[in-house]
Design a protein around this ligand. Structure first.
Ligand code: HAM
Length: 423
């Protein structure tokens, strides 16, 4: 039996890859405008980084990591996310020695052993940013506004931006105790996952999708109820700045993220049309993470979005640009002599940066014309025995069906002119 790709992974084929390139290019442009620089880190890291960084009680660390022993018996893990890795690099590569804050972005594959379904993969791709070394509310607001502006530029509609503050360690400890208190008598109504969460991470019960859990948490104390003065002021500033930047958001006091490192601001962006996995972006502030993995106390803020999900949203809203052929012309050389002459023409054109191709299967004129047309190529450059004898090249406009004859000796110049004119 033929070998198949692993479950939860995808082959991105020509025709689809162009959409990814379009999305990635837009992301890079927006990052440039906001002054973020790219960082690339290894695809795998010491397992301990994620255990300490993402948190021992999270689903990611408990159930979803691709962890293996390398040949030197070291435990390694394919990165399930980038925040911990970027913080590791910040410490290891002494980025704290650079002008602060450092503003970084990344685009790349992540790996989580999840149950694959629409919008949920085992290898997926994230675009994200991390800002390290600034605790000001303006950082949070700038990050969320970057997400908003990117989506505006892509033309996305019907977004829901949910914002919350999960507070600092002090507010969280207080909230946790109040929440456990509230839920003690309702514990039996919770789903099995949430019964398990009751001790290790009761906050997550607040955003469980199970209707019984949702009913059990009606009236439960929210994170907003327990914010200390500092966290509350910070949150107020973030919201005021978001308003000033024109971001349309909703405060959702039940929003808690699935990773342990968040402090203060947490946010998510949803597009309901793409189905159950509707979160296209998530992030927040993580003021304790760098210290947690052994670095100097450093505040941080960031987010990540799944490229597969953003593309799905663009697709359902019909916002993906038409894939156009990148080839300007196809050389149709008939016979061996014409192929030799044509080959030199081809290389002259390519040296000038004009995308041209040649039929590699030595097919008939009719088949080649049909194939060039099917590929969306604008011009066919026809060189047969007759043209060779007369030292001319036949240029056929496949869209208009017109053709002109040019002397071979000036053909390159002529085609360059046409290319630059954009005809
Ligand atoms: P996250 O919420 O785990 O956060 O993932 C961010 C986004 O990645 C999700 O909103 C979703 O769009 C996409 N995503 C996650 N898992 C999958 C999957 N299995 N298949 C497809 N897409 C997926 C983080 O990863 C944090 N590191 C974000 C962050 C950066 N917080 C601060 N800085």
């Amino acid at each position: 039996m033929a070998i198949q790709r692993p479950k939860g992974t995808q082959d991105l084929l020509p025709g689809t890859v162009e959409r990814w390139q379009y999305l990635e290019e837009t992301m890079r442009n927006v990052c440039r405008e906001y002054g973020y620089e790219e960082i690339r880190t290894p695809m795998f890291e010491a397992t301990e980084l994620f255990q300490r960084g993402v948190g021992q009680t999270t689903d990611i660390v408990k159930k979803e990591m691709y962890t293996f022993l390398d040949k030197g018996d070291r435990s390694m893990t394919l990165r399930p996310e980038m925040t911990a890795a970027v913080c590791r690099a910040y410490v290891e590569d002494k980025l704290y020695g650079r002008p602060q804050p450092v503003k970084l972005y990344y685009i790349g594959p992540m790996f989580r052993y999840e149950r694959p379904q629409s919008g949920r993969f085992r290898q997926f791709h994230q675009f994200g940013v991390e800002v390290l070394g600034a605790e000001q509310a303006v950082v949070d607001a700038e990050g969320i506004s970057l997400v908003w502006n990117l989506y505006q530029r892509l033309g996305l509609n019907r977004l829901e931006v949910h914002v919350n503050s999960v507070g600092c360690l002090v507010c969280r400890t207080k909230h946790r105790a109040q929440l456990q208190d509230f839920l003690t008598t309702r514990r039996d109504d919770l789903c099995r996952d949430c019964q398990d969460r009751f001790e290790r991470n009761p906050l997550r019960i607040l955003d469980c999708k199970n209707p019984n859990c949702q009913a059990a948490t009606i009236g439960a104390p929210t994170t907003c109820d327990t914010l200390c003065e500092d966290c509350s002021t910070h949150f107020g500033r973030v919201l005021a700045l978001l308003g000033a930047a024109g971001v349309v958001y909703r405060v959702n006091p039940r929003l808690v993220r699935g990773l342990d490192y968040y402090t203060k601001t947490a946010f998510e962006v949803m597009v309901e049309e793409i189905g159950a996995q509707s979160a296209i972006c998530g992030g927040g502030r993580y003021d304790g993470l760098v210290e947690e993995i052994g670095g100097p106390p450093t505040p941080g803020f960031g987010f990540a979005m799944g490229l597969e999900r953003v593309l799905a949203a663009l697709q359902v809203q019909n916002l993906l640009p038409e894939g156009k052929s990148r080839l300007f012309a196809m050389l149709i050389a008939l016979g061996e002599k014409a192929q030799i002459e044509g080959f030199s023409l081809l290389s002259a054109l390519r040296t000038q940066g004009i995308p041209v191709s040649i039929d590699l299967l030595s097919r008939s004129l009719k088949t080649q014309l049909k194939s060039a047309d099917r590929q969306g190529v604008r011009y066919a450059l026809i060189l047969g025995e007759e043209e060779l004898k007369q030292k001319v090249l036949l240029i056929r406009d496949l869209t208009l069906g017109e053709q002109t004859m040019v002397p071979l000796i000036t053909a390159v110049k002529e085609i360059i002119k046409m290319y630059r004119r954009g005809v």
